[in-house]
Design a binder for this molecule. Structure first.
Ligand SMILES: Cc1cc2nc3c(=O)[nH]c(=O)nc-3n(C[C@H](O)[C@H](O)[C@H](O)COP(=O)(O)O)c2cc1C
Length: 338
């Protein structure tokens, strides 16, 4: 039975699965593949590169996709919002900043305004600023984020922001995660790590391979790679990646790394270009345990959805009636499902 929610209605999509706008990874082909599979693909506009964005919007073809931006960086070149809106995206996805200044423009377009947050306070602010859908991003997420965990953050947002739909993100990479997120009150999931190694992703092949063999045990939040890349991220957000030789070398001494700025920036850029994953970051989250091959994105969407449908269809296996009358109460089956 298909899963229909307020988010599938609002975004006019078949399945409650959104591709995260992963900077440099979620290009037009990946976003289109997810949208064509019935979810919503969101192009990772990231820090804002007009040529890259123009190319990737074209690569999405006729698929209805969304576009995402990193807020504090969009503030430096707000005209990129106009470029995105010219392509009639289904959604504008904004993270890591404040967004009241963009709300009127987005409201005048057919695009829905989705804001990703990491706390209850930010969620209330996002709603006051005009967000139509709010993404609760837990610390398990790959990429930039903060410290609260997905499991308690999602219901906290659902309770705090009332009628505004909540999407769960962070550590959700299969049908079990989607089913659990719906139980927490979310109306959809946003997945990045699950698609990092997908065929259509723009990640370097070596980085895809590192993800496929990587473990959630081996991820870490730090500022090492932002310092190495010379990106001046606000201190409230840091980056979850796989640990590697480079992060092990610098994580305890970021001050020295900062002092070696120019030299390390060049070294890092060369490593990223060459796919040297001992130095360059493999940006995935704790859900990487569930990424075990490089597959077409449509297969990932299909599996997440069909597994969640099956699990939700069988959910009453956890419950056994007590008492003899039909009005008997239900209690959890000891030891879980048979
Ligand atoms: C490689 C990568 C790049 C990301 N880049 C961005 C980005 O540019 N903008 C953004 O809002 N979120 C970005 N994120 C975070 C996602 O929006 C999302 O919160 C996260 O992927 C969800 O957790 P998951 O990775 O466990 O699925 C990125 C995530 C990954 C894995």
């Amino acid at each position: 039975m298909p899963i229909r929610t307020i988010v599938t209605e609002l975004l006019e999509i078949e399945h409650p699965v959104l591709l995260a706008p992963m900077a440099g990874v979620a290009g037009g082909a990946l976003a289109a593949a997810v949208s064509n599979a019935g979810g919503l693909g969101i192009i990772g506009g990231g820090y804002g590169d007009r040529d890259w964005l123009t190319r990737e919007l074209a690569a999405a073809g006729n698929a209805r996709v969304g576009v995402g931006f990193i807020g504090w960086s969009l503030d430096r070149q707000p005209e990129l919002l106009d470029l995105a809106l010219e392509h009639a995206p289904r959604a504008l996805f904004l993270s890591f900043g404040t967004f009241r200044q963009y709300a009127d423009k987005i409201a005048r377009s057919p695009a829905k305004m989705i804001v990703q947050v990491q706390s209850v306070a930010q969620a209330c602010e996002a709603v006051a600023d005009g967000a139509e859908i709010v993404v609760a991003q837990g610390t398990e997420a790959g990429g930039h984020g903060s410290s609260r965990a997905t499991l308690p953050l999602v219901p906290a947002l659902v309770d705090a922001i009332g009628d505004v739909p909540v999407i769960a993100a962070g550590g959700i990479a299969d049908g079990r995660g989607l089913a659990a997120a719906l139980m927490l009150g979310a109306s959809a999931v946003l997945c990045g790590t699950a698609f990092f190694a997908s065929r259509e992703a723009l990640s370097h092949p070596n980085a895809k391979q590192a993800a496929v063999t990587g473990s959630g045990d081996n991820t870490q939040r730090s500022s090492v790679f932002d310092i190495a890349r010379g990106i001046d991220w606000p201190a409230q957000w840091n980056l979850r990646t796989l640990r590697n030789r480079y992060s092990e070398q610098w994580v305890g001494d970021t001050e020295t790394l900062r002092q070696q700025g120019a030299q390390e920036k060049m070294r890092y850029a060369q490593a990223a270009e060459a796919g040297d994953t001992d130095v360059a970051a493999v940006i995935v989250g704790e859900g990487v345990d569930m990424v075990r091959s490089s597959e077409p994105a449509a297969e990932i969407v299909g599996r997440i959805v069909s597994d969640a449908e099956r699990l939700l269809g069988n959910a009453n296996r956890f419950l056994i009636p007590t008492g003899s009358s039909s009005g008997g109460t239900l209690r959890a089956r000891p030891g879980g499902p048979p």
